[in-house]
Design a protein around this ligand. Structure first.
Ligand code: ZN
Length: 312
């Protein structure tokens, strides 16, 4: 009976992995017992235990078995779920198959069939709305050369215009903007919690960090959009949100940014608007808790106190 079971499981494994994994036997033999458990037996490493959970370096994540490039660091995001998470894969590098559990979708290397993890859709973590949840043990990371890191050259800009959910929502739609993070700036408390900011004990303003590619979108375009998606004349907050954490402000990092903002404020004042927006020097930025990020993408709906008004 035991041998029949063994035969059946062998047959099952052959079907499940396809014949292509057999061709990688020399590479498979080099794996550790644990790596085999993940890659061949489709195991799952413990949450937060893998070596690439928090990696943020620029580079490429390759298949541990066949070396194919599977994921780029540009597509990695922080999901706080305990495994490396990507919202896209190298085109054609990953194959999706129904999991044996009948519920999830398994992902395997399209070249060699190595088990990667699972893919989840519609969770709202990022704009692409997809999460490849991958075992670190299935991957081999290759760091990009320094030259490439420098040429990527992304920049950051900081705007405060009331409830950050709405500011994030609109600024994320601008082509050339890679990511917008909701957080806090301008106060005196390190790593503030949202609750502390609401109690007005930190001096922080709800602020977004805009990560953008200056070769695709200018700082001026970002700033103009900022002035058009909130009311820069409101002195005590934004819309129904009244209080110091909702004030309108731009935190500038360079004299050029300051000049750009002052120029735009001048244009608006020439049009008769009395601008309340403060121009402040950049101070440390603190990300808000995960449940504040991508609020409208995750929850649906539209911002309650931000809308686009043409002003330039
Ligand atoms: Zn592979």
């Amino acid at each position: 009976m035991k041998s029949i079971l063994k035969l059946f499981s062998l047959l099952f494994l052959t079907f499940a992995f396809g014949a292509n994994m057999e061709a990688w036997k020399p590479q498979l033999n080099k794996l550790s017992t644990f790596e085999k458990h993940i890659i061949v037996d489709k195991g799952t490493e413990r949450a937060f235990s893998g070596k690439y959970v928090n990696t943020t370096d620029e580079g490429v994540y390759k298949c541990k078995v066949c070396g194919s490039a599977l994921y780029k660091s540009d597509d990695k995001f922080s999901s706080h779920c305990g495994w490396p998470s990507f919202d896209d894969a190298v085109p054609g590098a990953i194959r999706e198959v129904p999991d044996r559990d009948g519920r999830r979708i398994e992902i395997v290397c399209a070249t060699c069939g190595a088990h990667m993890g699972h893919v989840f859709k519609g969770e709202g973590y990022t704009k692409k709305n997809i999460r490849h949840c991958v075992n670190s043990a299935s991957l081999q990371f290759t760091k990009a050369s320094k030259k490439k890191v420098l040429s990527s050259n992304l920049k950051k800009a900081y705007f405060a215009g009331g409830c950050f959910w709405g500011v994030e929502y609109y600024l994320e739609k601008i082509p050339g903007v890679k990511e917008v993070i909701s957080g806090f700036m301008g106060g005196h408390v390190k790593n503030p919690k949202y609750k502390e900011v609401v109690r007005k004990k930190t001096g922080h303003l709800e602020t977004v960090e805009v990560i953008y590619d200056p070769s695709k979108v200018s700082y001026e375009t970002l700033a103009k959009t900022f002035f058009e998606i909130h009311d820069p004349t409101q002195k005590d907050g934004q819309g129904p949100d009244i209080g110091s954490q909702y004030l309108s402000a731009v935190f500038v990092s360079t004299p050029q940014e300051k000049k750009t903002i002052e120029k735009l404020i001048g244009i608006l004042e020439d049009k008769g608007l009395k601008i309340a927006t403060k121009v402040l020097p950049k101070t440390p930025f603190y990300s808000a808790e995960e449940y504040h990020q991508n609020h409208y993408v995750r929850k649906g709906g539209k911002p309650y106190c931000h809308r686009r008004v043409k002003r330039f």
